[in-house]
Design a binder for this molecule. Sequence first.
Ligand SMILES: Cc1cc2nc3c(=O)[nH]c(=O)nc-3n(C[C@H](O)[C@H](O)[C@H](O)COP(=O)(O)O)c2cc1C
Length: 183
Amino acid sequence: MTILHIDSSINGENSASRVISRSIVDQLVIASPEPELIRRDLVSEPLPHLTLDAFADTSVLEEFMAADTVVIGAPMYNFTLPTQLKAWLDRILVAGKTFRYTANGPEGLAGGKRVVIALARGGFYDAGSPASALEHLESYLRGVFGFIGIQPEFVAADGLAIGQEQRETSIAQALGETVRLAA
Ligand SMILES: Cc1cc2nc3c(=O)[nH]c(=O)nc-3n(C[C@H](O)[C@H](O)[C@H](O)COP(=O)(O)O)c2cc1C
């Protein structure tokens, strides 16, 4: 099984999404008979903003298509995803490759792949809460992966900016959830 591990947090060793995505990968590697691990750190090796010329380089898309499972560390910055991760998605959503338009509407072509996303958010964005209208991370990722035929799974650590105790509780809870993902 080929596992593609992507991170996009700028917070290095203090990153919650990196800790959680690493734990997800560790669990999947333990559960996989022949794991092959591919690493893409979008902060230490950022992809440039999309340009027309960039479409000519399909290496990022090919790496994604070749993976059986994709694990993504996705922190919330300014209510949405880091621009580093957006630049990666800009290489993944390609008409004719991962989706196509048909007479019946758009059709995803990348189904059959497992995508597990580690979310890290400073606040709480539960449905019905005052901040829920600003949640453009999980909702966006669910939408774009759904568009290409994948229903992503999420492990979320929320309320990380509220205080140290809440941060430790949320991260511990998320790490506990990663165990069940490999079951
Ligand atoms: C530049 C920046 C912007 C942020 N914007 C938000 C935000 O809009 N909403 C929120 O809930 N938390 C926000 N946070 C808090 C992060 O989501 C939180 O610190 C989380 O732990 C980030 O994940 P990471 O530790 O993996 O980088 C922001 C943090 C940074 C550094």
